[in-house]
Design a protein. Structure first.
Length: 118
């Protein structure tokens, strides 16, 4: 099992920036990739960005591409989500997730709230 703790959420104005952090602990050697997901009020959880734990390949949803950047620090077992040019539709609870099962995100954090106000 991998334990994940997110931080960095908060209230920001439209056009502003936030950086989310996720600290991983436990069986971190088993991580294949990590990702960020979000759930907006009244909507299903959706994929935001992911990063391979070994070769740093990244992928992001079209809705955030060019505005959000995912990065990692393996030595610290940390993953980050830099969010720029935030929009009201980015308001959501953001979850960090780890894939230790070859393609399935099977470890989840508790989430951190991001609210973008106009």
């Amino acid at each position: 099992q991998v334990q994940l703790v997110e931080s960095g959420g908060g209230l920001v104005q439209t056009g502003g920036s936030l950086r989310l952090s996720c600290a991983a602990s436990g069986r971190t050697f088993s991580i294949n990739s990590m990702g960020w997901f979000r759930r907006a009020p009244g909507k299903e959880r959706e994929f935001v960005c992911s990063i391979d734990w070994r070769i740093s390949d990244t992928a992001c949803a079209a809705s955030v591409k060019g505005r959000f950047t995912i990065s990692r620090d393996n030595a610290k077992s940390m993953v980050y989500l830099q969010m720029n040019s935030l929009k009201s539709e980015d308001t959501a609870v953001y979850f960090c997730a780890a894939d230790t099962a070859m393609g399935a995100f099977n470890n989840w954090g508790q989430g951190t709230q991001v609210t973008v106000s106009s």
